[in-house]
Design a protein around this ligand. Structure first.
Ligand SMILES: *[C@@H]1O[C@H](CO)[C@@H](O)[C@H](O)[C@H]1NC(C)=O
Ligand SMILES: *[C@@H]1O[C@H](CO)[C@@H](O)[C@H](O)[C@H]1NC(C)=O
Ligand SMILES: *[C@@H]1O[C@H](CO)[C@@H](O)[C@H](O)[C@H]1NC(C)=O
Ligand SMILES: *[C@@H]1O[C@H](CO)[C@@H](O)[C@H](O)[C@H]1NC(C)=O
Ligand SMILES: *[C@@H]1O[C@H](CO)[C@@H](O)[C@H](O)[C@H]1NC(C)=O
Ligand SMILES: *[C@@H]1O[C@H](CO)[C@@H](O)[C@H](O)[C@H]1NC(C)=O
Ligand SMILES: *[C@@H]1O[C@H](CO)[C@@H](O)[C@H](O)[C@H]1NC(C)=O
Ligand SMILES: *[C@@H]1O[C@H](CO)[C@@H](O)[C@H](O)[C@H]1NC(C)=O
Ligand SMILES: *[C@@H]1O[C@H](CO)[C@@H](O)[C@H](O)[C@H]1NC(C)=O
Length: 894
């Protein structure tokens, strides 16, 4: 690159970010006009179904459609119960979009939170907007913190009254709601103008860990010099024009094409139809930035599309380097079709100098249409366990508690709710262990929701005006050590179990000064007609204990008799532990069998209207209830789009069951059999996608879940397909619950399946991640060839890998790939897949790749197949996305 004039688009991250905001605050009239024409064209096919658009401070129940964007905004009143509504003066509204005209300010309280229901596990772009415009007449810019759940998201620092600040984060919430909190740090009154949530495709903006906070999103070579959002952009991302640079020029196309915004990232057509290119046609196009924190990590997305129809004697091809090292290329942007280049792992290392430079035989300089840069935000503090949050939220509503009960009850510790205490265990979700609502003027009965605080150790409801009986659940709270109910107006009698616990020193119980409450054992007398022997007071302790226990048993028996009839146990889908009778209801008495597996039988069922698969485990194989419970809890926390999710479980005496999401299209094995079983023949692309899904699921078990999980039984029947042919691994982690019976015997059910089992297992007796890789290799070979895993010929058994090896010696890929495809696949793609599979089934585990490497190989194989299809179809394709994985700068940060 000597001689090439080197010019730098030097992006000082924070600076660009604010200029990005600048360009958004103000619209000029001409721009708005162009926009309106487009709105009409776009509205026909775009809807706002994944949008939640909240105008903070808007009067309750009001809604409107914003004129320039046609986005539907609603009032924030249902999402928060604190703060005061304010609005901007009419003069200062003029240059801003309507959602910024109102705001909610929080003169009181340290932390005020919005609670917004969402779909957990879905990827959201979450944006908060702040526009000051001197609404309070103080002319004093406030500074405050913005929290997402239990974590600091950003510090909001306003510096120009007429410029809005709009922090954005791409985040996958783990609970069914998010809380967005404004935290007063004694630098002025916090306020907020708007909150916007947009769902994104799962496949986009993937990170190895953490969420992505937007640093900048630039439209390069813009000829209008204005910013774009919905409904140019279906995901309502903000795109701002890059400031002009003397060293480059802009090119554009007047042709429109759907394929300009048709990869998964869907950058808007208007953004993709312009690009920047060096003026000096031999120069490289460089950009770089200086992080303000050397340990920050970044993800970069570059979008490319050729905008000129090149004559036959011209070509444009370039490589991309990072910090002087080859990063990607050669890249030949396709005419009017978007390719998105990004790295699969975070960039780190403190230096970020990208250079796009032309390859030897290229006649034209590089171009670039758009760039996005994100910084990784690790939101490490878990939010409180969902069951506890639901319970305490209900208690708050029942007793109309105000205090500082906002946002997450336990986290961060600094903003722990008054009267609540929690246990914190590393990255585990915090649990509520203590609740003190003494002297709070509570009336009515003791709230039943308290029973859902299952880890409660300390409960103080003393000195209130609570009435009614002491509920039974108080004696069921396993961890309860202190129960203070004195100075209320409770009636009835204290449960014998509580009295007993208190006598045994297991519980500190105080129930004094409840004039109508009977707190001695003898008052059970009247109510239950059980004759209690009068116990001699001297030396009668053991006798008393004995009788009390006996009575307790009698009562318990009686009671459970009663509780099984009334009001029928209604299913609560939130609650993950189900009783056996729930399971009977869910499966309609085990009416429909979906299949039988090593661990038991799988039945079809419904929870509410959602279909589920219920696996009932044969009791003989279960190790122990305790272990079952512990393992299930672990599995419940494992979430990935390529793992079947565990919805709930049943653990009642000998009835043990696991409830999974239902997978419409059954298992992969049935599909590979193809026409034989009536299923549609899977194309080569389908097969690669399924293989990649399964590989990604496995990769996550090995590297993403904590602790890592070895599947131990990867095989085609354990790969399930949903209605859109997305594959998910099933049965992971189960073999841990049912470990081998030890010793030298290989139990075929428990430790893997013949043909899929790691040959090294026979030597080491240990299954590792590399054993899963072996099994995956066998699966991949089946996907490619549709040969049986083991062929029996007379007395000889041939393993699928031997068969492939034999065919490979003949050298024709067409003989290896499932003949029913009739050669309809890309040869390079097929070779790559076969090589990958053969590497996986290496007898020696050290020669096998990691699942991470397998995923990358499969991606390349898929890319190769897709590019063949693209050639066949011209540039009109959905899948022109290019996937790159580069780890040159730093290896995976784990
Ligand atoms: C909002 O709507 C609800 C139900 O439609 C109604 O009961 C309530 O009075 C309305 N509130 C206001 C402030 O208009
Ligand atoms: C949010 O969901 C909960 C149940 O999960 C429901 O009780 C509540 O009303 C919902 N809130 C809003 C604002 O929709
Ligand atoms: C605030 O931003 C506006 C619009 O970009 C600009 O015209 C004005 O000079 C800025 N004010 C200050 C005090 O920087
Ligand atoms: C480049 O941008 C300018 C405005 O900044 C515009 O007038 C011109 O038409 C653009 N050129 C091309 C080729 O799009
Ligand atoms: C830099 O980032 C790391 C990790 O994100 C963080 O722990 C550290 O506090 C940051 N340093 C500064 C000065 O912000
Ligand atoms: C390609 O051909 C055109 C005219 O046919 C000519 O003007 C141009 O210089 C040629 N480009 C190259 C790189 O040879
Ligand atoms: C671009 O990358 C390709 C692939 O690595 C390499 O063969 C080629 O030499 C590179 N071109 C330049 C000019 O560095
Ligand atoms: C550049 O040259 C290589 C090798 O000669 C060729 O494979 C490639 O297609 C050429 N690229 C372009 C854009 O012409
Ligand atoms: C206490 O409860 C009793 C019996 O339910 C009732 O008669 C009495 O009025 C209550 N006293 C107060 C102060 O609420």
């Amino acid at each position: 690159m000597e001689g090439a004039s080197k010019w730098v688009l030097f992006l000082k991250a924070c600076l660009i970010f604010s200029s990005f905001i600048n360009s958004f605050g103000n619209f000029n009239v001409a721009a708005a006009k162009i926009k309106e024409e487009r709105i009409e064209r776009k509205l026909a096919n775009d809807d706002q179904s994944g949008f939640i658009s909240i105008d903070c401070g808007l009067p309750k129940n009001s809604t409107y459609i914003e004129k320039t964007t046609s986005i539907n905004y609603i009032s924030d009143a249902t999402f928060i119960d604190t703060g005061v509504s304010k609005s901007l003066s009419p003069e200062s509204r003029v240059t801003h979009q309507q959602q910024l005209w109102h705001l909610r300010s929080f003169p009181e309280g340290k932390r005020n939170c919005y609670r917004i229901n969402i779909t957990s596990g879905t990827k959201y772009l979450i944006r908060a907007s702040f526009l000051y415009e001197n609404y309070d007449g103080q002319n004093d810019f406030p500074e405050f913190e913005l929290h997402l759940g239990a974590n600091l998201w950003d510090t909001v620092k306003l510096e120009n009254a007429s410029l809005s600040v709009t922090p954005e984060i791409i985040h996958v919430p783990s609970l069914h709601y998010i809380s967005i909190c404004l935290v007063n740090i004694d630098s002025g009154t916090p306020f907020i103008s708007a909150i916007e949530l947009r769902t994104l495709k799962d496949t986009t903006y993937q990170t190895q860990s953490g969420s992505l906070s937007s640093l900048l999103r630039l439209d390069l070579g813009s000829s209008s010099n204005r910013a774009y959002r919905y409904n140019y952009d279906v995901y309502d991302r903000f795109w701002s024009p890059a400031a002009y640079n003397v060293d480059w020029t802009n090119i554009s196309t007047s042709f429109t094409s759907d394929s300009l915004s048709q990869n998964d990232y869907q950058p808007p057509e208007v953004v993709m139809s312009t690009a920047a290119t060096p003026l000096d046609t031999t120069a490289s196009f460089d950009f770089s930035w200086n992080p303000d924190n050397a340990s920050s990590q970044y993800y970069v997305y570059m979008h490319f599309a050729e905008l000129q129809k090149l004559p036959a004697n011209e070509s444009r091809a370039f490589n991309i380097s990072l910090n002087g090292k080859y990063w990607y290329g050669p890249l030949v942007p396709k005419y009017l079709s978007t390719s998105t280049i990004f790295s699969q792992s975070a960039l780190s290392g403190g230096q970020y100098q990208f250079s796009l430079y032309m390859t030897k035989n290229s006649t034209l300089p590089p171009i670039i249409n758009a760039i996005e840069i994100y910084i990784v935000k690790d939101l490490l503090q878990s939010e409180t366990e969902q069951g506890d949050v639901d319970a305490i939220t209900n208690i708050k509503a029942t007793y109309k508690v105000s205090r500082n009960w906002q946002g997450d009850p336990c986290a961060p510790v600094t903003y722990l709710w008054d009267g609540v205490n929690c246990s914190y265990d590393g990255y585990e979700p915090p649990r509520i262990t203590s609740l003190d609502l003494s002297s709070s003027g509570l009336t009515g009965e003791i709230a039943p929701h308290i029973s859902k605080l299952t880890m409660l150790q300390y409960l103080d409801l003393s000195n209130n005006s609570l009435s009614g009986p002491m509920p039974d659940f108080l004696s069921k709270l396993q961890s309860l050590k202190v129960l203070k109910l004195e100075k209320n107006n409770l009636t009835g009698s204290v449960a014998l179990e509580l009295i007993e616990k208190s006598k045994n020193g297991l519980l500190t119980l105080s129930v004094d000064e409840n004039p109508y409450l009977c707190s001695s054992t003898s008052c059970k007398n009247k109510k239950n007609n059980i004759v209690i022997p009068i116990v001699a007071s001297v030396g009668g302790f053991f006798i008393l204990l004995f009788t009390a226990t006996a009575i307790f048993w009698i009562l318990k028996k009686k009671k459970s008799y009663v509780s099984s009839n009334p009001q029928g146990a209604s299913l609560e889908s939130k609650q993950r532990q189900y009783t056996y009778s729930d399971v009977l209801k869910i499966t309609n008495n085990f009416r429909r069998i979906l299949g039988k597996g090593g661990f038991g039988t799988v039945y079809h069922g419904y929870i509410d209207d959602t279909q589920v698969a219920v696996k009932m485990l044969s009791p003989s194989s279960v190790q122990g209830y305790q272990q079952f419970q512990a393992e299930v809890k672990l599995l419940m926390r494992v979430h990935h789009r390529n793992l079947t999710s565990l919805v709930g479980y049943c653990n009642e005496e000998t009835h043990m069951g696991l409830i999974y999401e239902y997978m419409e299209l059954g298992n992969l094995d049935e599909h590979l059999s193809g026409e034989d079983s009536g299923a549609k023949l899977l194309s080569w692309e389908d097969r690669l996608r399924i293989a990649m899904d399964a590989a990604q699921g496995l990769e996550y078990l090995h590297n993403g879940s904590k602790p890592p999980i070895v599947h131990r039984d990867v095989k085609c029947t354990n790969i399930l397909l949903n209605e859109s042919l997305q594959a998910k691994l099933a049965d992971f982690g189960l073999s841990k619950i049912f470990p081998t019976d030890g010793g030298t015997h290989v139990s075929t059910i428990v430790a893997g399946t013949p043909g899929y089992l790691d040959p090294e297992y026979y030597i080491s007796n240990r299954l590792t991640e590399k054993s899963d890789v072996f099994s995956f290799g066998v699966v991949l070979l089946e996907i490619i060839t549709r040969q049986p895993v083991i062929t029996r010929n007379h007395d000889e058994k041939t393993h699928i890998s031997n068969w492939v090896n034999f065919m490979l010696s003949k050298g024709d890929i067409k003989n290896i790939v499932d003949s029913r495809l009739h050669g309809d696949f890309d040869n390079n793609s097929a070779w790559k897949a076969v090589e990958t599979a053969m590497a996986c089934v290496s007898p020696n585990s050290t020669n096998r790749p990691t699942m991470n490497e397998v995923v990358m190989e499969l991606k390349e194989s898929l890319a190769s197949e897709l590019s063949r299809k693209n050639l066949n179809r011209g540039c009109k394709t959905k899948d022109s996305i290019e996937l790159v994985s580069i780890n040159e700068v730093t290896p995976l940060a784990r």
